[in-house]
Design a protein around this ligand. Structure first.
Ligand code: SF4
Length: 759
């Protein structure tokens, strides 16, 4: 849709709106390009003209409409002319074409007939195998009257639906015209940030923003994005986060704007397993009654949704219940027409789950990426894939017990195990046999009639095959890492280069804003996150008085080999910090082992300290209970947590709930084959392997943890950094300007400084 009463649509979209399968079916194999390859193969072999563009333009129901499409093959040398619509059919033959394919062919034929003045045409659907060889063909002669009737049948249904959406958008735009900034005053830097965001959207550029805690980032990025919606510059805004807790800020700003008259549909996409009402997530019409006939019922639910003022998670669940829909699948359908979508990064960047219908041809979509320092490692995970022969063996064992050993699945799993175990640990290339074996197992698992299998093996296989395809396309972006234990092998396709993917994914957006409190060094992060020279960087100063924060540095050797020797020094510094002004503190350690080492000293030597260590694998309830110790009273407490863990980012403990943080070490990732491969890659790419692979991600973790202290204008607190590397320029330069670090040289000095600060 390009304007208020204009529509530009593809034939495919128009057809798929009216003709669809009724059920949600289990995912099929990953090789989505197989169809295009088969197309190309058929076109290469044919004497007919390939890829002929056609368009129809006119007015329907008061709306100016343009329908576009491409004819796969056209032969105008015969009478009547013949158009061919090529479709991939993996096996067998059909007795008649699928309704949607036939309709597509007829629409192309009609558009060609109008353009070139034909009275009769042959519309043929040809099914081919993966090599483009014909399996079966359905040539059908049509006169223009029949073609016209089919075309407008489909078009009018689509236009009627779009008119409802346009009415809803018109109301939205009206409410946006007079929408004020959601606060009486801008905080320092907020107005400039809002202007930068608006400019980036207007120009369709990327923007990289380092925005300290408390600067009001969510309002400052959302408000201009919505204003751009009202001005027709963009069509949708996606607010992407790394964690579900980070969504709260965006939702509460939207709520505030709603209270001031904003009228729009904001949707949160929750993970499938979080919203599935079934006992078990088995998206198969044979098992799930909501999957059966879902698409037949969805149209009515979408129409009803347009009349609801909000699409909060509860609303989506209520609508799903009323119409017996799968809530997850329904939210994906809603996200195509929502004004604002709040969701995880993976819906925009993960090739396995990204919202194809939105991002395949992103017409004027704006991306706002919160906590963008998390993007490189998150995207790296999305683009990497692993297969473990031990996991396939465990799957086969269970599968054999349930379904017997004579199944195709059992045989394919056996072949995959053999191939994995035979993998050369030093292989630099992926053997074809491994890909074939993985593909065969996927085929066996998705063969119609094959019973549903639980577990993660299927998604591991799809992830592996997706990564394998990328390895073939750009081997320089990957490292094949094989590890072995006894006879088992793990083959990991480790993605080194996420920059290319981020650049490509944001290239056609109507503005992409990457923002975080820890995006330093800003230009280096821009380069890593797919930015180019003409993409702006913006560094916002802290809105809080620098004197509210005391930053102390104490040179302690916290490197792995020195930890036993310096643990006493660390314990003394922590005790000095705590006793100088008892209150709520958190100390962050590089690992659980280090945490335990210092915990033992603290509890043995100073049993009066109130210690609260984090433990591994805490669930949501335990996490809430842990944080409640900080908020329920003012009793002094010393939390001991792991840097980079669940309590070092995204938690909000304002005022007395947290008055100080101590970070032990500089947060460097563990040295291993993956990190070393990354360092090598970044050396070649940016001539700074250690910085990009170790120092920057380490310091992002440090600064996130330290950022827990000052959460509002009235907060005061202390950050104690324990490591001699904070005294080196390469690390000190990564501290934000409002960190006026005092360098100490003995733990005893910590107490003096802290007492003076609080006095
Ligand atoms: S309701 Fe649950 S099991 Fe059914 S299709 Fe949706 S996610 Fe799958």
């Amino acid at each position: 849709m390009t304007g208020e009463r204009n529509l530009v649509i593809s034939v495919r979209t128009m057809v798929e709106f009216s003709i669809f399968g009724p059920d949600i079916v289990p995912s099929s194999r990953v090789d989505m390009d197989a169809g295009s390859r088969a197309h190309r193969a058929r076109q290469r072999e044919s004497q007919m003209r390939g890829e002929v563009s056609v368009a129809w333009q006119g007015e329907r129901q008061g709306v100016s409409v343009k329908v576009t499409g491409r004819i796969d093959l056209l032969d105008e040398t015969i009478q009547p002319p013949r158009i061919e619509e090529i479709k991939l059919l993996r096996s067998g033959v059909l007795v008649e074409p699928y309704v949607a394919h036939r309709a597509q062919a007829m629409c192309y034929a009609y558009m060609l007939g109008v353009r070139d003045g034909y009275t009769d045409l042959i519309a043929s659907v040809v099914y081919v195998d993966e090599l483009g060889r014909e399996r079966c063909a359905f040539p059908e002669p049509h006169d223009m009257a029949a073609l016209e009737a089919r075309f407008f049948d489909l078009l009018d249904a689509y236009v009627s639906w779009q008119m409802l959406i346009m009415d809803s958008k018109a109301m939205r735009d009206q409410s946006l015209q007079s929408l004020p900034f959601p606060y009486a005053e801008y905080r320092p830097g907020q107005r400039e940030l809002a202007m930068q965001v608006y400019t980036a959207i207007q120009r369709g550029k990327r923007l990289y923003v380092s925005v300290p805690t408390g600067a009001g980032k969510s309002a400052a990025v959302l408000y201009p994005s919505l204003k751009a919606l009202g001005a027709g510059i963009n069509r949708q805004v996606f607010y992407l986060t790394a964690r579900t807790t980070a969504r709260r800020a965006a939702l509460s700003e939207l709520e505030r704007m709603r209270a001031q008259g904003l009228c729009l549909h904001a949707l949160t996409i929750n993970a499938r397993d979080k919203v599935c009402p079934q006992d078990q997530v088995r998206c198969d019409p044979a098992y799930c009654p909501r999957a059966k006939g879902h698409y037949d019922r969805q149209g009515a639910a979408l129409r009803e949704a347009l009349t609801w003022p909000s699409w909060d998670t509860e609303d989506v669940l209520a609508l799903s219940d009323r119409h017996m829909l799968c809530p997850f699948e329904f939210s994906l359908a809603l996200c195509e027409i929502a004004d604002v979508v709040i969701c995880d990064y993976n819906y925009a960047f993960d090739p396995m789950v990204f919202l194809r219908r939105v991002f395949q041809s992103p017409g004027r979509v704006t991306l706002l990426m919160d906590e963008a320092h998390n993007l490189p490692h998150r995207v790296r995970d999305m683009l990497s894939g692993s297969l473990d022969s031990a996991a396939v063996t465990a799957f086969r064992r269970e599968d054999g017990k349930r379904h017997g050993r004579k199944t195709q699945v059992y045989r394919a799993a056996t072949q995959l195990i053999k191939t994995l175990r035979a993998m050369d640990p030093d292989a630099l290339e992926l053997p074809d046999a491994l890909l074939a074996a993985a593909n065969d197992l996927v085929d066996a698992l998705t063969e119609p009639g094959t019973p549903f299998r639980e577990g993660t093996l299927f998604s591991d296989l799809l992830g592996f095959l997706m990564a394998a395809r990328r390895v073939q396309e750009a081997p320089e972006d990957y490292r094949i890492l094989t590890s072995q234990s006894a006879k088992d092998r793990v083959v990991r396709l480790f993605c080194l280069n996420v920059t290319r993917h981020l650049q490509e994914s944001t290239r056609r957006m109507q503005g992409s804003v990457f923002f975080s409190a820890t995006l330093s060094p800003l230009t280096s992060m821009r380069d890593l996150l797919g930015g180019q020279e003409d993409d702006a960087c913006f560094d916002l100063p802290s809105p809080f008085p620098p004197e509210h924060l005391l930053v102390l540095g104490l040179p302690v050797n916290t490197r792995y080999v020195a930890r036993d020797d310096t643990a006493q020094q660390v314990a003394e510094a922590i005790r000095a910090l705590f006793l100088a002004h008892p209150g709520k503190y958190i100390v962050y350690f590089p690992s659980y082992a280090y945490l335990q080492l210092v915990l033992a000293l603290l509890s043995e030597q100073w049993p009066e300290l109130q210690l609260l260590p984090q433990t591994g694998g805490m669930g949501d309830t335990q996490r809430e209970a842990y944080l409640a110790h900080f908020t329920r009273d003012d009793a002094p407490l010393l939390g001991l947590c792991v840097l980079g863990g669940v309590f070092s980012e995204g938690i909000d403990l304002p005022g007395h709930a947290l008055i100080g943080v101590c970070v032990v070490g500089v947060g460097l990732p563990q040295v291993n084959r993956e990190q070393e491969a990354l360092a090598e890659h970044f050396d070649a790419m940016f001539a700074d392997g250690f910085g990009y692979a170790y120092r920057y991600p380490g310091m992002h973790k440090v600064l996130q943890a330290a950022g827990r202290v000052i959460r509002s204008e009235t907060d005061r607190g202390v950050v104690l950094l324990l490591d001699d590397r904070y005294f080196q320029g390469a690390y000190a330069r990564l501290l934000p300007p409002h960190y006026q670090m005092k360098m100490l040289n003995h733990p005893a000095m910590v107490g003096e400084e802290v007492r003076a600060f609080w006095a």
